[in-house]
Design a protein around this ligand. Structure first.
Ligand SMILES: Cc1cc2nc3c(=O)[nH]c(=O)nc-3n(C[C@H](O)[C@H](O)[C@H](O)COP(=O)(O)OP(=O)(O)OC[C@H]3O[C@@H](n4cnc5c(N)ncnc54)[C@H](O)[C@@H]3O)c2cc1C
Length: 451
């Protein structure tokens, strides 16, 4: 008989791990705290990027495999402990992602109107546990927005806030989100980076899209794209940086489109120092920066003020600790060696593994998680072969049955399929692929009526 493994998290890394484990004969239960699978493919990847979001159609096939089950609506750490999982299975693979945000650490950061990109993204993708700012109310008054950060998530946020209602209508965003975005009086969106264009981490395809929006103009200050020697060197050794700089330099020379509904202004070498406002954000103070001869970023002493009603900080996602599991607070990841979780003594903890963002931090594309999960499963299988895992450590009791007996409304594959169908039917009714159901109670109602 093959081993039994619990995977914690049904994002890409969890599902790639489940697939690789199942290929090697393991029975796999994939736990998720949400009643629906796919993690950030559903609740992160921009809703207007339909082809990337369609990765879920491929990931979805894992549920057709014999021996792979979805155990949705079960939060590990509260509904069930890690120790219970470790007792019930031969091995546990943690793939629960990085759901928190990094902070700017500037005065005024907690003012209403200063929000994390994690919150805005969770809201516009219809995350059922969304408890952040009331964007339906906030966005009614927002004319000018500053998005701090120059990665792909920042670019997603700028694009979603700058697109016309027609450009967003075909997405699977919940109806209330589409209505709020359509009515938001946004006119100015500032994209702000501490360093220069050569150091930005967005990819060229995502950047270029900003210049192709139906009713938005992009403004780049020519001086920002003149390269110093540090940036010249960065561009020489990084093709993506070179391509990004080329696109930005072209925009710096483009004739302005004063008739555009939204103006996107890109600011480089601008470090936020303070968020201004009494009881609501009204502005952002920036300090101009430059590179010194050693390549360190230093302040120039020059300041800039932006009048804004909303500040979205997009300076990275961050993993959180799970009770009973070692955690590297400084990096926000679970310490590991090739996916084997390391204890306090730096020795592997038998039967405990990690993959995905909570293993390596929030970086890479969806496919990066496949390689990462396959490495972890490789380590796990080596341990099975050496006899340290699968030697009778798992029990024969079905923990999922036990959880149901405790009154937890576990959502299995049939429940997920019912949700999937309802979302697609709602989409078809308005001529699109799907409409996301965002209310947890409704998700559970749909799922449990067909269990
Ligand atoms: C805004 C945004 C946009 C992105 N866009 C792209 C893109 O366009 N292209 C691309 O290639 N990549 C993109 N990515 C990156 C991609 O989404 C990640 O690489 C990938 O989702 C990470 O996979 P993961 O499985 O490690 O984590 P996640 O996808 O976060 O999955 C973790 C899962 O664990 C569950 N979970 C968390 N805690 C618990 C718990 N205690 N108990 C049970 N379950 C739990 C969560 O509900 C979630 O389903 C984007 C990321 C973000 C944030």
């Amino acid at each position: 008989m093959g081993i039994r493994v619990a995977v914690v998290g049904s994002g890409p890394s969890g599902l790639y791990a489940a697939e690789a484990l199942n290929d090697r004969g393991a029975a796999v239960d994939v736990y998720d705290k949400l009643p629906v699978p796919f993690g950030l493919v559903r609740y992160g990847v921009a809703p207007d990027h339909l082809s990337i979001r369609s990765v879920r159609n491929t990931l979805d096939r894992v549920w057709d495999r014999e021996g792979v089950r979805f155990v949705g609506n079960v939060e590990v750490g509260s509904d069930v402990s890690i120790d219970e999982l470790r007792a019930a299975y031969d091995a546990v693979v943690l793939t629960y992602g990085a759901s928190s945000d990094r902070r700017l650490a500037v005065p005024g950061e907690d003012l209403p109107g200063s929000v994390a990109a994690t919150d805005l993204v969770a809201w516009y993708t219809g995350h059922p546990d969304y408890r952040g700012p009331d964007f339906d109310d906030l966005l009614r008054r927002v004319r000018s927005v500053a998005v701090v950060g120059v990665g792909n998530v920042a670019v997603d946020v700028v694009r979603v806030l700058s697109k016309s209602p027609e450009e967003l209508a075909h997405t699977d965003m919940p109806d209330h989100v589409l209505a709020t975005l359509a009515a938001a009086p946004v006119e100015q969106v500032h994209l702000i980076g501490r360093r220069g264009p050569a150091q930005a981490s967005f990819t060229t395809k995502e950047l270029k899209e900003l210049g192709e929006l139906a009713d938005a103009d992009v403004v780049v200050t020519p001086a920002d794209v003149e390269l110093d020697s540090i940036s010249e060197a960065a561009v020489a050794e990084n093709k993506v940086a070179a391509r990004n700089v080329k696109v930005l330099a072209e925009w710096a020379e483009r004739a302005p489109r004063p008739d555009a509904a939204v103006q996107i202004t890109v600011h480089f070498f601008a470090r936020p120092t303070q968020i201004i406002g009494e009881d609501q954000v009204t502005g952002l103070e920036l300090q101009r920066t430059t590179f010194d001869a050693d390549g360190s970023l230093v302040d120039t002493g020059e300041h800039e003020h932006l009048d804004v009603d909303l500040i979205v900080r997009s300076v990275g996602y961050r993993g959180l600790a799970l009770p009973g599991v070692p955690f590297d607070e400084s990096r926000g990841v679970i310490p590991n060696l090739d996916g084997r979780v390391l204890g306090d003594d730096d020795a592997p903890i038998a039967g405990l593994y990690v993959a995905g963002w909570i293993k390596r931090g929030p970086s890479g594309i969806i496919g990066t998680n496949k390689k990462c999960a396959v490495q972890t499963v490789g380590s796990l299988m080596e341990d099975v072969e050496s006899g340290s895992v699968g030697n009778g450590s798992g029990t024969d009791t079905d923990l999922v049955d036990e959880l149901r007996a405790r009154g937890i409304a576990v959502v299995g594959v049939p429940g997920w399929r019912a949700i999937d169908l309802v979302e697609q039917q709602r989409g078809a009714a308005s001529g699109k692929e799907r409409v996301t159901v965002h209310d947890r109670a409704e998700l559970l109602r749909v799922a449990t009526t067909t269990q």
